[in-house]
Design a protein around this ligand. Structure first.
Ligand code: ACO
Length: 325
C-alpha cells in the first residue's frame, strides 16, 4: 500500500561573512581559546553584519535549497521558519521570506521552540504535506543570536553564532516499505518546568524589550544527553531501526561534549557524526539544516542514506527525526 511521505528535494545553508574567533572574544573578556575549545569544541562563529536580519539569512538559505532542488519558488506553497530571533515581534519573518521569493499562495509562519525549533518545524511541515493540504514546503531555521547575547557574560556569549539553513520538502508517494524515502518519523517533547534554565530576560508582554539570553549552563548540560537519547530511542522504537542502521547522525550543534556523549550513549560510531560546531558555534534552530547543508556540499549524505536528527534546547524542548534521503 503506497504511503504519502515528505521527501527531501534540496538543502541549503547561509553564513554571514564575518568570522569571530575565540581569540577575538578573549581579547576583550576574561576567557581563552583553550577554555572555550576544551569545554565546547567551538573555535569560531559567524556574526551577522549590521542591518543583516534573520529573514535575510533565511532567504539566502532558502534560495540555496531551491537551487539544490532545481526548483523555482513557484513550487512552494508552505514556509515554516523556526526562529527565536525574528526580525520583528510581528509579522512572522516567514512572510518576509515568502514575499522576497515572490510567493503569493499557500501559507508562511514562524515557529518557536528555541534550539529544537528546526525539528519541530520539520514535523509540522511533514504533517501538512502528509495531509495533502500543502504540496511543497520550505523548512527553514534562521537565527541572529548575536543580537540577544550579553557580550559581557563569558559563560554564554562564547557559545552562540548566527546563520541559516533550509530544506525543500515535497510530498510524494512511496511504496510503504522499509526502503521508503522521506521523513519516516518525528518525536517532539517539552517540559516547561525547566523554562528558567535557559531563557531570554525580556519580551513584548513582560519588559517591552528584546532582552538577553540567560542560562544555567551546568543544568542544561546535566539534562541534555538523557533527553536526547530518550527521544532518539522513541524514533528507533517507532521505526524498528537502531544505531547500527544510521548512516549519518546530524545533531543540534550545541556543544561537542553533548554531541559526543549522546552518540556514545546511543552506540553511534564517531565517524557517522556530522559536526560543524567547531566553525559555527551554536546557531540554535539553524544548526541542524546548516550541518545538513555542509554534508550536502561535500556529498557525504547520498540518496538512500538514513539520517538521524535530534535537538534539545530552551523550554526545555527536545526532539528527534529519522529521514531517508
Ligand atoms: N571562559 C573562562 N571561564 C569560564 C567561561 C569562559 N567563557 N565561562 C564560564 N567560566 C568559568 C565559570 O565562571 C566557572 O568559574 P568558577 O569555578 O570560578 O566559578 C568555571 O568556568 C566553571 O563554570 P561552569 O559553568 O561550571 O563550566 P562548565 O564546565 O559547566 O562549562 C558550559 C560551561 C560550556 C556552558 C557547559 O555547562 C555547557 O556546555 N552547558 C550546556 C550549555 C549549552 O550548550 N547551551 C546551549 C543552549 S542549549 C542547547 O542548545 C542544548
Amino acid at each position: 500500500m503506497s504511503v504519502r511521505r515528505s521527501i527531501v528535494r534540496g538543502v541549503g545553508g547561509y553564513l554571514p561573512a564575518r568570522v569571530m574567533t575565540n581569540q577575538e572574544i578573549a581579547s576583550r573578556l576574561d576567557t581563552s581559546d583553550e577554555w572555550i575549545v576544551q569545554r565546547t569544541g567551538i573555535h569560531e562563529r559567524r556574526i551577522a553584519a549590521e542591518g543583516e536580519t534573520t529573514s535575510d539569512l533565511g532567504l539566502a538559505a532558502a534560495r540555496a535549497a531551491l537551487a539544490d532542488a532545481g526548483m523555482g519558488s513557484d513550487a512552494v506553497d508552505l514556509i515554516v521558519l523556526a526562529t527565536s530571533t525574528p526580525d520583528q515581534t510581528f509579522p512572522a519573518s516567514a512572510v518576509t521570506i515568502q514575499a522576497e521569493l515572490g510567493i503569493t499562495r499557500g501559507a508562511a509562519f514562524d515557529l518557536q521552540a528555541v534550539c529544537s525549533g528546526f525539528v519541530f518545524a520539520l514535523a509540522t511541515a511533514d504533517r501538512f504535506l502528509n495531509s495533502g493540504e500543502f504540496r511543497c514546503a520550505l523548512v527553514i531555521g534562521a537565527e541572529t543570536f548575536s543580537r540577544i547575547l550579553d557580550w559581557n557574560d563569558r559563560s554564554t556569549c562564547v557559545l552562540f553564532g548566527d546563520g541559516a539553513g533550509a530544506l525543500v520538502l515535497e510530498a510524494g508517494e512511496q511504496p510503504g516499505e522499509r526502503t521508503d524515502r522521506g521523513v519516516l518519523t518525528t518525536h517532539l517533547r517539552s517540559d516547561g518546568r525547566y523554562r528558567s534554565k535557559l531563557y531570554v530576560d525580556g519580551g513584548p508582554s513582560t519588559t517591552g524589550t528584546v532582552g538577553q539570553l540567560r542560562m544555567e549552563g551546568r543544568e542544561v548540560f546535566r539534562h541534555a544527553v538523557g533527553m536526547i537519547t530518550d527521544v532518539v530511542e522513541d524514533a528507533f522504537k517507532a521505526t524498528g531501526y537502531g544505531a547500527k542502521d544510521i548512516d549519518w547522525f546530524v545533531p543540534h550543534q550545541a556543544n561537542k561534549r553533548i554531541i559526543d556523549g549522546s552518540a556514545h550513549k546511543l552506540g553511534i560510531a564517531p565517524e557517522k557524526i556530522v559536526s560543524t560546531v567547531d566553525r559555527h558555534g551554536n546557531t540554535s534552530a539553524a544548526s541542524i539544516p546548516l550541518a545538513l547543508a555542509d554534508a550536502r556540499v561535500d556529498r557525504r549524505i547520498k540518496p538512500g542514506h538514513l539520517v538521524l536528527l535530534e535537538a534539545m534546547g530552551g523550554g526545555f524542548t527536545w526532539a528527534s527525526a529519522l529521514v531517508r534521503w
